[in-house]
Write a protein that binds this ligand. Structure first.
Ligand code: LLP
Length: 377
């Protein structure tokens, strides 16, 4: 029986190829040592996707108690879970400690004190990395750059000495490492090079102050080719790990961690939708599809580009369309003024590169139900 539209379709084979390519790239750059990827669950929390990633041996980067629960259910080892976020609640901290997660990425001195109080109260010591705001910009959308001093994230550089002193003095804290994240959908390796240079300066400071760190976590952010998903289904992990191999100076015994999300899952997911009507407006033709901004919010929220294809009628003559959803908002628009093969009621439309921040950001706006997914092994 045909699956009702809309739905997310995941290509399991491409996901496994992507995971293999990432692991190969690490192996071929010995300078990054045994670099370890923690998959950023926020990019995609589909249970089949998570199981595939966990069984490839990656760790998990979580930002809520709910994500920690999903990671454990999918088979990620607790010791391979890092927990980040500026607003961890007491209940979430307690739950993470009980689960025995590998690291808390701590974003403020205030948070350090609370984690210490809770962990000491439980007779435990919390492993902690300080999330430092490196004040490094990234050439990406303003809504998804995070490493500038004016962002809410991380501990600003001038506060690092205070945070380190605090971490050393608190009974419930063990300082394990430094953590950074400069933004998302980054395609210019120079941005990661700038991060490396900043980390090297900080390493110098830590060395001078006699503080040994076990892990350097450089966050996520590697981008994908939204324009040409068929030509570039697997991101350039070699360029990414090559940049860290060349520019990051790890101390002996230090481990490199990163938290890729989009690069792992972005290209393996498509949103499959159906044309309900082709409406002839005064100046334009609208392809009205049965998926809406509640199913995939990226175009509405960030004016993000996704390649759209009519897979039912691929060889027909090209016509100019706006592709819109059924939601009562003008921003419920997937693309304006694009060429598609002539589209008819009932045609199947694929919205590509929707594996990251698609299903995980879906909502029930307009009282629509969350859509199903298929995972093609
Ligand atoms: N680590 C931290 C601390 C993060 O904040 C993020 C993403 C990641 C890792 C994973 O970044 P990635 O490798 O996926 O770039 N919803 C937006 C993206 C928001 C990214 C939030 N943080 C979008 O649809 O483009």
């Amino acid at each position: 029986m045909e699956r009702p539209t809309p739905y997310y379709s995941y290509d399991g084979k491409l996901l496994r190829q992507t995971l293999d390519a990432a692991k190969e790239a690490i192996k071929s750059h010995p300078a990054v040592g045994q670099a370890h990827i923690h998959f950023a669950i926020k990019a995609n929390n589909n249970p089949m996707v998570l199981k595939t990633i966990a069984s490839a041996g990656l760790g998990a980067d979580c930002v809520s108690g709910g994500e920690i629960r999903q990671a454990l259910d999918a088979g990620f080892k607790a010791c391979d879970i890092a927990y980040a976020g500026v607003g961890k609640t007491d209940a979430e901290i307690k739950m993470a400690l009980e689960a025995g997660i590998g690291c808390f990425n701590v974003e403020s001195v205030e948070e350090l004190e609370i984690i210490s109080e809770i962990s000491a109260g439980m007779g435990l010591v919390a492993p902690v990395a300080l999330r430092i705001n490196p004040n490094v910009g990234a050439h990406t959308h303003a809504n998804i750059t995070t490493g500038l001093a004016e962002n809410k994230f991380g501990i600003n550089l001038e506060k690092v000495p205070e945070a380190v002193e605090k971490a050393k003095s608190l009974p419930g804290i063990k300082l394990k490492g430094m953590h950074f994240h400069i933004g998302s959908q980054i395609l210019e390796m120079d941005d990661f090079k700038a991060l490396c240079n900043r980390i090297n300066e900080l390493q110098e400071w830590f060395r001078r102050h006699g503080v040994k760190l076990e892990t350097i976590n450089v966050g996520g952010g590697l981008g994908i080719d939204y324009e040409h998903p068929h030509k570039h289904p697997v991101p350039d992990f070699n360029a990414y790990f090559g940049t860290f191999a060349k520019h990051l100076k790890l101390e002996a015994g230090q481990e490199l961690h990163c938290e890729l999300g989009r690069a792992i899952v972005g290209q393996c997911g498509s949103l499959i939708t159906r044309c309900i009507y082709v409406k002839n407006g005064t100046f334009k033709k609208f392809v009205i599809v049965d998926a809406g901004m509640n199913d995939l919010i990226r175009p509405a929220l960030y004016h993000a580009f996704h390649l759209i294809e009519n897979v039912s009628n691929p060889d027909a003559e090209q016509c100019l369309y706006d592709v819109v959803g059924p939601i009562c908002e003008s921003s419920d628009c997937f693309a304006k003024g694009i060429y598609l093969p002539e589209t008819r009621r009932g045609d199947i439309i694929a919205i590509r590169s929707a594996g990251a921040y698609g299903e995980s950001m879906a909502s029930t706006y307009n009282s629509r139900t969350l859509i199903e997914s298929e995972f093609i092994l």
